[in-house]
Design a protein around this ligand. Structure first.
Ligand code: GDG
Length: 744
């Protein structure tokens, strides 16, 4: 480690790219109170005077503030998250965007902040920041909701801006702004052989770390909530970060002896797992849930912690379990992936992906081959031997990671299509404990599945699990039909024999935690939703909520809504559709196309039917908090859930759980969602048939109260019968029951 650092910090040219707040300056209640002190100024001046070394301050602060703090031109400055920069001489903007909208937003926020003691708005050229560090904790949730209403409205109208969350601050800024600009700029100015050392503490600094090349280093300054990072090194806080810079300063001064032992620098990975004993239950999924930004930490941050986490959390706690998966970080192919454990509830064991795994395994075989295949979109299936090989190889990487945490007798519960070969890989390594697979997506019949050149191999590997669970009996039947027709397996209704091993195959329809969609909302949220319903007037609300994915049938749904307005002109001005589309897999071309197609249809329908006082479709391309979703579900007269194909579709169940039983809305549900197998009292529709769906929508909008109540009562009973928790318990009970005891 010492040799590595000595050679890096003595390299010429070298550039230090460093954030300011939380990195070199401790946080203060207001930005004005956090100013560089004389000690820091001396250190920075000294560094900037060293030959062959550049210091670049990369901050989110306004450029006017940085100019005031650092008039000395020896320092290079990047302000407002990469929208302004100053080398020698004048400031230059890096983007071209009209500043008026953000100024008007700042005025609205200032007006709101006046009613919330401790809230403060900081204005910048193309961004504004809303600080709540000085607000009392109990007032933050209501404040967050009120702010979100203003911010979401702004973002819906100004797509070139985005929302980001910092340390007790929400910022709206130009979407093109990235601190990674500093990396590109430093390289351009200092030449390709420059080496960079970047320091930062905040989520916005992750752009900086991610843009570094393998010969550079990122140093995370730990402070707030623990999180994963692209940086490979870490220091404990501001004092340590300054000590580290002092070490670089010494290293570049003639004749000074360097002692790295005084520098509190440590590799971020591998962090030694400190679990007391190996796990008796290991849950394995491709991606880990993003838990560490939870509401319990900070109510103003948005969260996306689904029912799966809430279901698995008590089970993992009881069984001393661990959840293993990719942590979201990617390292260059030439690097060793890092491993680590984040203790907490549930405890997570993560590891890094290599760049080629992301490309060939995740975006390739998982999402361009298996996803369309299993959802019966044969024309979208990409067949590629390279990605198939990567799929096989990445199973070995998952198995390497798993073997760090389990004994050969422990129970493994594997999730989804990313890990269909996992039982085979683990058995080859001598694992004897029970291994179960739950598939969250559909399973097609042999006609579709046999399109895959490796269909037999995949099926054979799936039959090395002790239990394979699906959402519906239909998928169970398709799977057993595949095993019988492609492998010649002997298949009973719930068991399949292959090479002398018996695999149980069963339906375990997943549920939600209904009460989490029925909780009494915060008063501010009630007021907000009342505002929305008032603004709709007598207009009825139809609501769609999905990840933006071609399987979800969003274009078809929008077209049918347009058709409703054509076939039944009496609905014009009297019904609006809110479509929330959560960004998903945005780096895969099909998903980019899908977004463009959806936006095109929204524009056409709104252009054709919209009037100054009425917008037919409001399209929101972002995620919302669980509390917001629950209230929107409850306010909607129709839950418009019309995927072309879907394993289950939890939105359908969430919509039902959130309704007012005395005056419930109508669930309009695709017959191709797994949920339709259980939710027969929904109004079932065929999303491929535009006119039919428009007519079903009309029927839903006109349904009398009595019929709505009767249908809702039966649907709620279904939703409450199988919850996320009972689903997880029954799967694990079946796994322990069905697994033959293997010799030790
Ligand atoms: C796969 C299968 C199967 C959506 N927007 C927001 C948000 N969501 C939440 C919903 C719901 C979840 O995301 C979506 O679940 P789905 O079941 O609809 O769909 P997939 O993501 O495709 O899930 C599916 C599921 O696995 C479980 O086995 O049902 O068939 O494809 O919970 O509420 N959550 C928050 N903000 C949002 O804006 N917080």
């Amino acid at each position: 480690m010492i040799g590595h650092w000595v050679s890096l910090v003595r390299h010429t040219p070298l550039a230090i790219l460093t954030d300011l707040d939380g990195t070199l300056l401790p946080f203060a209640p207001t930005p004005e109170e956090a100013r560089p002190d004389p000690g820091l100024m001396t250190l920075l001046r000294s560094l900037a005077s060293r030959p062959g070394l550049r210091v670049v301050i990369v901050s989110g602060r306004p450029h006017t503030t940085l100019e005031r703090y650092f008039p000395d031109e020896a320092l290079w400055l990047v302000a407002e998250h990469g929208t302004w920069y100053r080398a020698e001489g004048a400031w230059q903007p890096t983007i071209e965007l009209a500043p008026e909208p953000i100024h008007r937003l700042a005025e609205r926020l200032e007006e709101m902040a006046r009613a919330h003691p401790g809230a403060r708005v900081e204005r910048k050229s193309w961004s504004c920041a809303l600080h709540y560090r000085r607000m009392p904790h109990h007032a933050r949730a209501a404040f967050g909701v009120e702010a979100s209403v203003i911010l979401e409205d702004f973002l819906a109208r100004h797509p070139s801006f985005e929302r980001i969350e910092g340390e007790q601050v929400i910022e709206i800024r130009a979407a093109a702004a990235r601190k990674s600009f500093a990396v590109t700029w430093a390289r351009q100015r200092l030449g390709a052989d420059v080496r960079l050392v970047a320091l930062g503490d905040d989520l916005t600094d992750e752009h900086l770390f991610a843009a570094l090349s393998p010969t550079d280093e990122g140093v995370l300054v730990r402070g707030g909530v623990p999180r994963r990072t692209h940086a490979r090194w870490e220091v404990g806080g501001v004092a340590d970060a300054r000590a580290f810079l002092a070490f670089i300063d010494d290293a570049r001064s003639e004749g000074k002896r360097m002692s790295l032992s005084a520098v509190p620098l440590a590799p971020v990975r591998p962090r030694v797992p400190s679990l007391a004993a190996p796990s008796s239950l290991l849950v394995v999924s491709n991606r880990l849930p993003d838990l560490r930004s939870s509401e319990s930490v900070d109510p103003v941050r948005r969260v996306n912690v689904g029912g799966l986490v809430s279901a698995l959390e008590p089970i993992l706690a009881e069984r001393h379990g661990l959840w293993l998966g990719w942590g979201g970080r990617v390292v260059p192919d030439c690097d060793e992936p890092g491993y680590g454990v984040d203790e907490g509830s549930p405890p997570l064991a993560w590891f890094d992906y290599r760049q080629s795994w992301l490309r060939d395994y995740y975006s390739g075989f998982c999402n361009a081959t298996l996803w369309p295949l299993l959802h019966s979109f044969p024309s979208r299936v990409v067949i590629d031997e390279t990605t198939w090989r990567s799929y096989v190889d990445v199973h070995e990487a998952f198995a390497d990671a798993a073997q760090r945490y389990v004994t050969p007798h422990d129970t493994l519960w594997v999730h989804d299509y990313h890990l269909l070969l996992f039982a085979r890989t683990m058995r080859a390594r001598g694992h004897r404990g029970p291994i179960g697979l739950f598939l969250h997506v559909p399973f097609p019949g042999p006609d579709i599945f046999s399109i895959l050149p490796w269909a037999r191999e995949v099926l054979g590997a799936m039959l090395e699990f002790d239990l394979v669970g699906f959402h519906t009996h239909g998928y169970v039947a398709n799977f057993t039909a595949c095993a019988a027709s492609l492998l010649g397996s002997v298949a009973g209704p719930h068991v399949v024999e292959h090479s002398g091993h018996f695999t149980s195959v069963e339906a375990f329809p997943i549920g939600i935690l209904p009460e989490s969609f029925q909780e009494a909302p915060e008063p501010a949220l009630v007021a907000e939703i009342q505002d929305l319903t008032r603004s709709l007037g007598s207009t009825r609300l139809v609501l769609g909520v999905d990840r933006l994915d071609y399987t979800k049938g969003i274009p078809e749904r929008l077209l049918a809504f347009g058709r409703l307005l054509e076939l039944y002109p009496e609905w014009r001005g009297r019904v609006s559709l809110i479509q929330i589309s959560v960004p998903s897999r945005a780096d895969i071309p099909e998903y980019v196309e899908q977004r463009a197609s959806v936006e095109g249809i929204v524009g056409r329908v709104n252009g054709q039917f919209g009037e100054p006082h009425w917008v037919p479709i409001r399209y929101l391309y972002r995620g919302y908090s669980r509390a917001h979703l629950s209230r929107l579900y409850r306010a909607a007269h129709v839950g418009y859930v019309t995927p072309l194909r879907d394993g289950m579709n939890l939105v359908a169940k969430e919509y039902v759980a959130a309704q007012d039983p005395d005056d419930p809305g109508v669930l309009l549900l695709s017959e191709f969602a797994g949920a339709a197998a259980e939710m027969k009292d929904a109004l079932l529709t065929n999303p491929y048939y535009t006119d039919g769906m428009a007519r079903d929508l009309d029927r839903a909008l006109r349904m009398p109260l009595e019929e709505r109540r009767a249908r809702h009562g039966r649907l709620l009973a279904v939703t409450e019968r199988t919850t996320a928790l009972s689903w997880a318990e029954s799967f694990l009970a079946a796994l322990s029951e069905r697994s033959p005891r293997r010799g030790t």
